[in-house]
Design a protein around this ligand. Structure first.
Ligand code: HPA
Ligand code: ZN
Length: 322
């Protein structure tokens, strides 16, 4: 079995994290944006991160090249094409409205541009899609609430809300009210937790926000009672092993707890997070965990199956896309 042809769903993917250096320079030229890098090679050389924050600083800076609907459409279409080549049949895609509105790009520009690509994706790439908007957790709860308000005209195209950016010091409980409001609007709920934050961040995402999936969740392994809870409630974890290495959550891929987590009965999925920055798309990630963690094909098939089970597809759609 070729790992690239194994049908998969990708559930943890930031569309802004698919911005390849070549496209960044193309958009910079088109939009008259000056980048503080001489060329794509110099930019790639800057992809040596100390931690989550050092990545986020570069990542938000580079978003300056994304300005028009066409830019967002081109970004998403490029991702969907690459994802399809790696066996992705369904993608639940994060975007960060506040990272764009803070630069004067209206949320409507972002959503219209992304959905122009997403609406053609099944026909063009054979990939079904959902869109999840994330609140930046290092911004205020008021800003998150305003963002939810500003998204109301576009909720026909947004399936849920998430929480990303700098985790430590910004616990889930800060966003209790905005998640309640999102739930009342019928939106699904996920949140990054336990990437750099300790297990209490995962508990809060579950108990205070009522999320259905945990993005990352890596540090749950430090708390047996939390593992028991996640197993009992079949809460999916969207793990991103290449991201964990690049952002130094773990030293080397060979140390990743994924096999232990699967053995413990956790509903694990593997995903690419920000593939342009972390060295691989989701098929590459499957390949890397196969090699580094000696996961056999049965285990890889289990991960692929889990990705559909953990998705927001309904049962009929899930069966059709597997
Ligand atoms: N963690 C938090 N915020 C993010 C990430 C991540 O891995 N990727 C993009 N924004
Ligand atoms: Zn992420």
């Amino acid at each position: 079995m070729s790992l690239a042809s194994l049908p998969k769903a990708e559930l943890h993917l930031h569309i802004e994290g698919t911005l390849e250096p070549e496209l960044a320079f193309e958009l910079a030229a088109r939009n008259g944006v000056d980048l503080p890098f001489a060329d794509t090679e110099a930019l790639r050389k800057a992809y040596l991160f100390e931690d989550l924050q050092s990545f986020l600083d570069l990542y938000y800076g580079l978003m300056a090249v994304l300005r028009t609907e066409e830019d967002f459409e081109q970004l998403a279409d490029a991702y969907l094409g690459r994802a399809a080549e790696q066996g992705v049949r369904h993608a639940e895609i994060f975007f960060d409205p506040q990272a764009h509105t803070a630069r004067g790009v209206p949320i409507g520009t972002v959503v219209e541009g992304l959905s122009a690509a997403l609406s053609k994706s099944v026909e063009r790439h054979g990939v079904s899609t959902r869109l999840i908007m994330c609140f930046l957790r290092d911004q205020s709860a008021e800003s998150a609430m305003q963002t939810l308000e500003s998204a109301k005209p576009y909720l026909d195209r947004i399936v849920g809300v998430g929480l990303d950016s700098a985790e430590v010091g910004n616990p889930a409980s800060k966003f209790r009210e905005v998640y309640e409001a999102a739930g009342a609007l019928g939106l699904r709920k996920v949140a990054h937790a336990g990437e750099e934050g300790d297990p209490s961040y995962v508990w809060e995402a579950l108990d205070v926000l009522g999320v259905e999936r945990i993005d990352h969740g890596l540090r749950c392994v430090e708390d047996p009672a939390l593992v028991e809870r996640l197993v009992r409630d079949r809460v999916p974890l969207t793990l991103c092993p290449l991201s964990n290495v690049r952002l130094r959550a773990i030293d080397v891929l060979e140390d990743h707890p994924l096999p232990r987590m699967m053995d413990a009965g956790l509903l694990c999925t593997v995903n690419s997070d920000d593939p342009s920055y972390f060295g691989g798309y989701v098929g590459d990630t499957f390949h890397a965990v196969h090699e580094a963690l000696a996961l056999d094909h049965e285990r890889l098939r289990e991960l692929a199956r889990n990705s559909f089970v953990a998705s927001f597809l309904d049962d009929d759609e899930e069966l059709r896309s597997r």
